[in-house]
Design a protein around this ligand. Structure first.
Ligand SMILES: O=c1ccn([C@@H]2O[C@H](COP(=O)(O)O)[C@@H](O)[C@H]2O)c(=O)[nH]1
Length: 241
């Protein structure tokens, strides 16, 4: 699990498509340039757990299903995705930080029991990168994203999460508050000049890496390009520089 704490900021390519053949093609073509690939709700709901095993042949999988339920149900879901058979299961998985400490503790215990030392890293999603301060206030949370991210980060790390999903805007705040050890996995990353789409709290790969991110989650800037392999290679080169 700690193998996924990189020495230098790396890329996770988000394979957001309902088509498993397309996802496998992307995984194969970007594999030389990225550390992991992400299976999210769209692909998992269309193709099921088998696709995780297939894609894991190319790169370790970050399974981003953002579990959020009562502790017993989330523990069961974690056991199900850890049921590895002879192929590798996910290297990382996500829960909602807002699910509370008992849910996160139950997920961590379930992962340890199901997969032992090969268990996935447990990441707590803080405030979605698509949220503005106004949208967060509409949900009843005052004080803005930074304050809420820090609140959920403290709760999740105390409950046994290995790391956090946050936006580029909160990375340095989290490092200042919690140091180097939490795994920081950061979506909302956009190379200069690329379309933000529905993302609100964004920054470039270079700035996000400099702030202290471990992994940048990048989807459309790679997968919507004419050559996903070249797009991933260019971002990797910008990080190496
Ligand atoms: O707060 C979050 C949590 C997860 N995501 C996921 O990351 C990718 C980002 O894709 P882009 O195409 O680069 O916008 C996507 O799969 C989301 O589900 C996030 O964006 N924000």
């Amino acid at each position: 699990m700690t193998a996924f704490k990189p020495n230098r900021c790396g890329i996770i390519a988000a394979l957001d498509t309902p088509d498993p053949a397309q996802a496998l093609g992307w995984a194969e073509s970007v594999a030389p340039h990225v550390g992991l690939v992400k299976v999210g709700l769209e692909l998992f709901c269309a193709a099921g757990p088998g696709v995780v095993r297939q894609i894991a042949q190319h790169r370790p999988v970050f399974l981003d299903l953002k579990f959020h339920d009562i502790p017993n149900t989330v523990a069961g879901a974690v056991r199900s995705v850890c049921a590895v058979g002879d192929a590798p299961g996910p290297a990382m998985l996500t829960l909602h930080g807002g699910g509370g400490a008992p849910m996160i503790e139950a997920a961590r215990r379930a992962a340890e029991e199901a997969a032992g030392p090969r268990r996935p890293a447990i990441l707590a999603v803080t405030v979605l990168t698509s949220f503005t301060a106004a949208q967060l206030a509409d949900t009843g949370v005052s004080g803005g994203p930074a304050q809420q991210v820090l609140r959920l980060a403290r709760l999740a790390l105390s409950a046994g999460a290995d790391g956090l999903v946050c936006s580029p805007h909160e990375v340095s705040l989290i490092r200042d508050a919690f140091g180097e050890s939490p795994l920081l996995v950061v979506p909302g990353v956009r190379p200069a000049g690329s379309d933000k789409g529905d993302q609100a709290r964004v920054a470039t790969p270079e700035d996000t890496a400099a702030a202290g991110a471990d992994w940048l989650v990048i989807g459309r800037p790679i997968t919507a390009s004419a050559s996903p392999a070249q797009a991933a290679a260019a971002i990797a080169a910008s990080l190496a520089g």
